[in-house]
Design a protein around this ligand. Structure first.
Ligand code: GUN
Length: 289
């Protein structure tokens, strides 16, 4: 039987630990605060930010939201970040991606104070992760590490293949999978859009992390028997005249081969959101279980 890994259940456990941390912090007079900043009229980004705010409310984190007009000069966004950096009630600052054209993405990421950088996108935090001394781990790969642990999958000594080389998922995921810490120590290959024979790599893998951003890209015939499959994709597609959500993995055919697989929705997505809350209480001074 294939284990369909329940991301909602694992995320609920993480949120419980976060709630306990919030209570302890409040007893010592600290209310953890997360500021979300949105400079975009993309409806998907608006939805993501409001979900993050709702998550904060649920665990007792103070959610602060700042909208910056998407026609405003980029300086307004940089100034907003600076003022949140200076605000003692704000422990975490998250600027929702993707950014509008007039904004310099690298400057945004550099402007967020590294100690409030709960996304872990600041070059200092990227460097610390690569050096094996992370302050924050980026939410999606960290959530995947937790999902694998919850499914009793220890990557040590295994062949892991990461499909996708994004700054948010592919690169940090690979670093964490081959890193020396718990949840790492896998022999790790990173594949991407220019990989000559993707299936040759994925068929060798004990663990496949699909983060290519292509709907149902990884099919069952590309997997070895018993592989553990983690699907990071969230793609909206039209099916039989209806809009539906699919991952980067063709779930039904992959499930035939996999020993464990994450569904979409209900797999990696809820973990990303939970790890943001985890990083926020960490920024406020406590690490949840
Ligand atoms: N847009 C899509 N994913 C993310 C994320 O993890 N963090 C931020 N800030 N924006 C995103």
């Amino acid at each position: 039987m294939t284990d369909v890994i329940d991301g909602n259940a694992v995320a609920a456990d993480i949120r419980e630990g976060v709630t306990e941390c919030v209570d302890v912090l409040e007893d010592s007079g600290v209310r953890p605060g997360l500021a979300t900043v949105l400079m975009s009229d993309d409806p998907a980004s608006e939805t993501y930010v409001s979900m993050k705010q709702r998550d904060c409310e649920e665990v007792g984190i103070e959610g602060i939201h700042v909208d910056v007009d998407n026609d405003a000069p980029a300086q307004e966004l940089y100034d907003t970040i600076e003022s949140l950096n200076d605000d003692d009630a704000v422990h975490g600052v998250l600027v929702q991606k993707p950014f509008v054209d007039q904004v310099d993405e690298r400057r945004v990421l550099r402007t967020i104070d590294p100690v409030k950088d709960v996304d872990a996108f600041h070059p200092e935090n990227v460097g610390r992760l690569v050096a094996g001394d992370p302050l924050f781990k980026p939410c999606t790969p960290h959530g995947i590490q937790r999902l694998l642990a919850a499914a009793d999958v220890d990557p040590e000594g295994k062949e892991a293949v990461v499909v996708g080389r994004s700054d948010i998922v592919g690169k940090p995921m690979a670093n964490m999978l081959f890193g020396r810490d718990e949840g790492g120590n896998a022999t790790t290959t990173v594949c991407h859009s220019r990989t000559a024979d993707l299936a040759e790599h994925t068929r060798r893998a004990d663990i496949v992390v699909a983060a290519a951003g292509v709907p149902e890209f990884i099919t069952g015939d590309m997997l070895s028997e018993g592989a553990v499959v983690v699907d990071v994709g969230i793609n909206r597609v039209e099916r039989n005249g209806e809009s539906t959500l699919v991952g980067d993995v063709a779930f039904e055919s992959a499930k035939e081969k996999a020993s464990a697989i994450t569904p979409v929705p209900g797999g990696v997505g809820p973990m990303t959101r939970a790890m943001l809350l985890y990083n926020t209480v960490k920024a406020a001074g406590l690490e949840a279980d």
